[in-house]
Design a protein around this ligand. Structure first.
Ligand code: SF4
Length: 294
């Protein structure tokens, strides 16, 4: 498949490019890639190295995204590629998030029309979810698929960390129907130390999605000793209540050791205590990665 010229970048001097798709605003020299590893400067032009390249695709229950209040009981064709604009120490999908098109052993090549054709093969399927790795870093393919999926009368679901600039998110919102957004913590210190990014742009994305009226559910992975302080957690719940609404669905997910973290899984009693705390302010609070309890 041909190299695909990316969207949302500027030319700067000496054939360098500035990518403005996400708040990192990477300055990329010729032959180099941005922090996400999949947007590359090829002789002064920024290209997507993962356009039409998937690490996996599957029909998943919509609840697995997780979306609990959006077409429950239905399936969604779920697509994932490689790369990520964050580097979370606790990443649960590091084999794909930390890979690139050059390093991942096998990527399937597909077109937006292939995706629509596949999505239409199952009667219980409502559309396509952009998920598994961070879809913002394969923005161009996501957008091309989403336009075709919309034309075919199906739904587009975006599962994201919300670390995206305002203009591309605005364009994405035009074709997306539902979002599942990771709010990984509620302090700039946590975001800087644990994810290599920052909190403020994620909050802005949440507000932008809320203002659009598109369906929104929020996910928070609780990492012991990192983001389980009840006071900070309460501030996060207050933000969700005040800015996104009491009915906003919050999924509190249990951390298990992955990638760079070897600390034991989040204690169950911490999970239950945080759920009880969140329920005081929010109507729909679920525990995840704990299959025996909702
Ligand atoms: S999308 Fe990738 S290349 Fe672009 S600013 Fe973000 S991390 Fe950098």
């Amino acid at each position: 498949m041909m190299n695909y010229v990316a969207k949302y970048w500027n030319s700067i001097s000496n054939k360098h490019t500035e990518c403005v798709l996400c708040p990192h605003h990477c300055i990329i020299a010729p032959g180099k890639s941005g922090k996400c590893r999949v947007r590359k400067n090829l002789d002064g032009r920024l290209i997507s190295t993962v356009y039409g390249k998937l690490c996996s695709y599957a029909f998943d229950p919509i609840e697995k995204k997780p979306l609990y209040h959006y077409f429950p009981g239905k399936e969604i064709l779920s697509l994932g590629s490689v790369g990520c604009n964050l580097r979370c120490a606790f990443c649960q999908n590091d084999t794909i998030s930390q890979a690139s098109a050059e390093t991942f052993p096998r990527l399937y090549e597909v077109s937006p029309n292939d995706i629509v054709a596949l999505a239409l093969t199952r009667s219980n399927n409502i559309g396509v979810a952009y998920t598994y790795n961070e879809p913002v870093v394969w923005y161009e393919f996501m957008m091309d698929c989403a336009r075709e999926v919309q034309k075919a009368g199906m739904k587009n679901v975006v599962v994201t960390n919300g670390y995206i600039a305002e203009a591309p998110l605005s364009e994405l919102i035009q074709v997306a129907d539902a979002f599942s957004v990771d709010l990984k913590g509620f302090s700039e210190e946590f975001y800087a130390e644990m994810t290599g990014s920052s909190l403020a742009p994620v909050l802005n994305s949440l507000l932008q999605i809320k203002a659009s009226g598109k369906h929104l559910e929020v996910v928070n992975l609780v990492v012991p000793g990192k983001n389980d302080d009840p006071e900070v957690f309460s501030e996060m719940v207050k933000f969700i209540h005040d800015e996104l609404g009491r009915e906003t669905v919050l999924h509190i997910n249990r951390y298990h050791p992955h990638f760079q973290m070897t600390d034991p899984a989040t204690p169950v009693k911490t999970m239950i205590a945080l759920q009880e705390l969140a329920k005081k302010h929010l109507s729909n609070v679920y525990l995840g990665n704990m299959p025996w309890r909702k």
